[in-house]
Design a protein around this ligand. Structure first.
Ligand code: SAM
Length: 286
């Protein structure tokens, strides 16, 4: 319930609905009910959504209104009055969860601003599906959206996020080129390339960047991809054994000291504040 909503106002509710990313059995009963009962379904592509409704066997009297990347702001402004007039609305993408690299943010923000209740109808997303099967440890992850095309930007992204779990989308025509850049700059980094999740040709290729590149070069690269990069493992036989030395090593590689201490504390133990003080002292300015 929005804090701005006065009791008794007959506003409609905005349901932000996740739809399957391939396997229709992932449609939840709640999704089916919300779609069946909506007055309006705001969707990226009315034809795709009509097809989805048919495949799901959902019968609805809802009006399907296009709400895509090219009309997000204006579209949101046009949809909010319908919610204010009491219409119940479902927002869907072509696949997965709206507002995750798909339209939706503008409408959700406009609905909140207008005091309209916004509820999640959660379900599939390629991001969470890939992270869940990648099998890489990490306390969180950085989601980069689609990988940048320019090799320089790719290198910068891989370097800036080298000590984090990094998740990104990639297309079939770019996957080999992007992996080649990774294999060139971080050949030992562990990566999981997740293809066609929940679909007939679902496949996960896991290993070092260089091995995964070799596999992709020989194998099938049609379909949709999510890549998950494990945090780059800096520890080796002769690597520093203590959190402090590890933090200083990270700093020497360009990671800010506070961040370096937090990463080292996570990996090797200790508290990041104590490590930070120790690092300053070790440098002689503590
Ligand atoms: N909002 C969507 C979600 O939550 O999954 C993501 C939309 S984004 C525009 C589309 C990209 O997601 C695709 O180009 C691909 O990289 C990834 N993707 C979507 N479905 C996928 C699947 N079944 N398997 C692998 N990647 C997928």
């Amino acid at each position: 319930m929005s804090l701005d909503t006065a009791p008794g106002e007959p506003f409609g509710v905005l349901h932000v609905c996740a739809v399957p990313i391939g396997n229709l059995d992932d449609a939840t009963p709640r999704l089916r009910r919300v779609l069946a009962e909506a007055d309006v379904i705001a969707c990226e592509d009315t034809r795709s959504t009509r097809r989805l409704l048919d495949l799901l066997g959902v019968t609805t009297d809802a009006r399907l209104l296009a709400h895509h990347a090219h009309n997000e702001q204006a579209g949101a402004a046009g949809l909010v009055p319908l919610l204010r007039a009491g219409q119940s609305m479902a927002l869907v993408s072509d696949a997965g969860t709206p507002a995750i690299n798909d339209p939706g943010v503008a409408l959700v923000a406009a609905a909140h601003a207008a005091g309209i209740e916004v509820v999640a109808v959660p379900g599939p997303s390629a991001v969470s599906a890939a992270v869940s099967i990648a099998g890489f440890a990490g306390t969180g992850y950085h989601f980069a959206g689609f990988l940048p095309r320019a090799a320089g930007e790719l290198r910068a992204l891989f370097a800036d996020r080298s000590h984090e779990l990094l998740v990104a989308f990639e297309g079939p025509s770019r996957i080999v080129a992007s992996l080649a850049v990774l294999a060139d700059c971080q050949p030992t980094r562990q990566v999981a390339v997740c293809r066609e999740l929940t679909k007939l040709h679902e496949e996960v290729v896991r290993g070092s960047a260089i091995d995964v590149l070799a596999h992709l070069t020989d194998g099938e690269t049609r379909g949709e991809f999510v890549v998950v990069l494990a945090p780059l493992e800096l520890l080796s036989e002769d690597a520093p054994a203590t959190s402090l030395a590890f933090a200083l090593e990270l700093e020497a590689e360009g990671v800010r000291l506070k961040r370096a201490c937090s990463i080292a504390a996570d990996r090797l133990g200790g508290t990041s504040n104590a490590l930070y003080d120790a690092a300053l002292a070790a440098r002689g300015n503590g």
